[in-house]
Design a protein around this ligand. Sequence first.
Ligand code: CA
Length: 281
Amino acid sequence: MVMTQFIRLTPDQQSRQGAVWNRVPCYLRDWEMQVHFKIHGQGKKNLNGDGFALWYTKDRMQTGPVFGSKDNFLGLGVFVDTYPNEEKQQEAQKRRYTPGNQRVFPYISAMVNNGSLSYDHDRDGRPTELGGCTAMVRNLDHDTFLVIRYVKRRLTVMIDIDGKHEWRDCVDIPGVRLPRGYYFGTSSVTGDLSDNHDIISLKLYQLTVERTPEEEKWDREVFLPVVDNMKLPGLDAPLEPMSGLALFLIVFFSLVAAVFAVVIGVIIYNKWQEQSRKHFY
Ligand SMILES: [Ca+2]
């Protein structure tokens, strides 16, 4: 719902979803995305959902199960998750929640995917979380902001949600390699529980950063999202076009070798026949 002052991704009603995507791919190397948002609804604490996601991904406008957008995405997802699915599930199964392991909701987390990972909604993305923080962002009278900064492959997420106009660290991960030419977007979904998920503004800034020749060498262009020192499954599997090429080369050289063998065989055979003929006469 596009209003004059904001875009409502979902209203405070069950089973709704919405998204906004950029039409133009982003080719910036270093950037910052500032998000002014508002989450509000009738639901009491932990009886609201599900939150919203910010995206920098290869595909745009593809609906799916991850906050209303497609799973097994390529790129970056930052999730503002307002409903603790895992905790509620464990409560329902009368299992005790392990202390120290608990994430207090609403919870913001970041995930980088090369297309091979699936977002585990029942566990609020815990298995694929790169980092995160608690952020009490619902039903506030003051403005709430989030910033995603990507400078020299360092991904940081900061929040300004206390009305003090101060950025607070939430996520900080070095060595995040994201390809250029992906799309920015934001999406949200409601299920049994709901909230108004409003985007008041999305502002993208290009950041000018100096790089030493050393850094320039290290900072190579990538074609799949990668996080250094972290194994994203599926990366060691040979890529499809590579295995196709390998197969072609094997078949090609086998054929060449076979033709060679036949030719040499024929020459030897002829020579041998010639010799035996000489012997005969
Ligand atoms: Ca959740």
